[in-house]
Design a protein around this ligand. Structure first.
Ligand code: DX5
Ligand code: ZN
Length: 219
């Protein structure tokens, strides 16, 4: 699905016992599948170990956008790129080697993403911009789906958009994105949208992805 707006549904709130059929519901209308990897160390929640994640990546009909919320990310991120992810995002707060890990992801052939928790400022990471294919501005504290969208992150999104300028870097928001909030994020400059509970709690997940895309495209 090629457009300047990307909708990347998160399976965090999908039925984990039936992931293949959950993913099939949104595969035709989505750009990438957002895979939230949590280790119960960097965040107080656990989702997949590498073995389970690898299977999802291998079987996914969509390219996979891995969001690594793990402590040992410098070691783990290249493994996710090697496993076939289209995009691998690391947290600024978890890495000890921002450039080295982003470059390692790219070298394997995946897009490199840098995520910032709500308290982390984009201005502290401007120097790494040449190693970044996507910035992820968290609009909730990472760890759980179904939280409230933090509108006060929109200033960070606008500042990131200004810093990106004409570079071909994607700007993703993650957390609380819904029919009520997606336009606010798009107006602030986001072009890539994670939506978990809004999509998988909807009666018709595919129709929800399409509705979100239409709203985001209006801005
Ligand atoms: C939160 C995760 C998000 C989350 C989004 O730590 O990174 O991707 O699953 O879920 P919703 O859209 O329900 O906030
Ligand atoms: Zn996420």
């Amino acid at each position: 699905m090629a457009s300047d707006i990307r909708i990347t549904p998160s399976i965090l709130n999908a039925d984990f016992s039936n992931l293949q059929s959950e993913i099939a519901k949104i595969a035709k209308v989505s750009d990438l599948l957002h895979l939230d990897v949590m280790d119960n160390v960097f965040v107080p929640n656990f989702t997949f170990n590498f073995e389970r994640a690898s299977k999802i990546i291998k079987e996914s009909p969509l390219p996979v956008d891995a969001h690594l919320m793990v402590a040992d990310v410098d070691h783990i991120a290249p493994e996710y790129a090697q496993a076939g992810c289209a995009s691998v995002t690391i947290h600024a707060e978890a890495t000890k080697d921002v450039s080295g890990t982003l470059r390692a992801i790219r070298k394997i052939g995946a897009r490199s993403g840098l995520a910032l928790k709500p308290a982390t400022q984009i201005e502290d990471y401007v120097d790494f911009i040449d190693d970044v294919d996507m910035f992820l501005i968290m609009t909730v504290e990472p760890g759980f789906g179904g939280q409230k969208f933090m509108t006060d992150m929109m200033s960070k999104v606008s500042r990131t958009r200004a810093i990106i300028g004409s570079r071909p870097i994607w700007l993703q928001v993650d957390g609380g994105v819904s029919l009520e909030t997606i336009e606010i994020a798009a107006d602030a400059g986001a072009d890539t949208f994670v939506a978990g509970s809004a999509v998988f709690n909807a009666q018709d997940p595919a129709a929800m992805v399409t509705a979100l895309r239409e709203l985001a495209s209006k801005s």
